[in-house]
Design a protein around this ligand. Structure first.
Ligand code: MG
Length: 171
């Protein structure tokens, strides 16, 4: 009886995502689907967009649908060099198929250099377009690691994300 009542109401869920990629010379730096000019980029099987990967995991986590590695394994040649905006779009469609609506996303990128504040609005628009939601429901924040540890030494970039989703109420 209790379960039935729960199912008849809108169901709010949250999910958390984390990702890290190594910085490497000779790679493009792509964050939130934006190419940011820099001497190094992120190493990975896809375009290594650490921010979008953390967001994908937050969305999949909220829906209890596994993680990005389960849906897009880095051993699969189809995902070699793929834009992570395509992966994010697919995650959005998967949630839609499971009757979920994305409410909002908050995220933080930890990167020592370069400063990425100027690119944040573009990233938010890209994420909103991929998911079919307004950019004012998407937050992207940037910080440095204050020179501490491997992130401070510019060996890599980390992203954290939380997402809130809701299920469409039963008609
Ligand atoms: Mg990744």
């Amino acid at each position: 009886m209790k379960a039935r009542k729960q199912n008849s109401q809108s169901d709010i869920r949250i999910g958390f995502g984390y990702d890290i990629h190594r910085l490497s010379a000779g790679r493009k730096l792509i964050l939130g689907g934006v190419h940011i000019p820099h001497s190094m980029g992120l190493l990975g099987h896809s375009d290594a967009d650490v921010l979008l990967h953390a967001i994908c995991d937050a969305l999949l986590g909220a829906a209890a649908l596994g993680d990005i590695g389960k849906h897009f394994p880095d051993t699969d040649k189809r995902y070699h060099g793929i834009s992570s905006l395509i992966l994010l779009r697919r995650v959005g469609l998967l949630l839609k198929k499971h009757n979920f609506i994305v409410q909002n996303i908050d995220s933080t990128v930890v990167l020592e250099r370069p400063k990425i504040g100027h690119y944040v609005l573009h990233m938010r628009k890209n994420i909103g377009t991929a998911l079919g939601i307004r950019a004012d429901r998407i937050s992207v924040k940037a910080t440095t690691n204050e020179g501490l540890g491997p992130l401070g030494a510019e060996e890599g970039c980390v992203a954290y994300a939380v997402a809130s989703i809701s299920s469409k109420p039963d008609p």
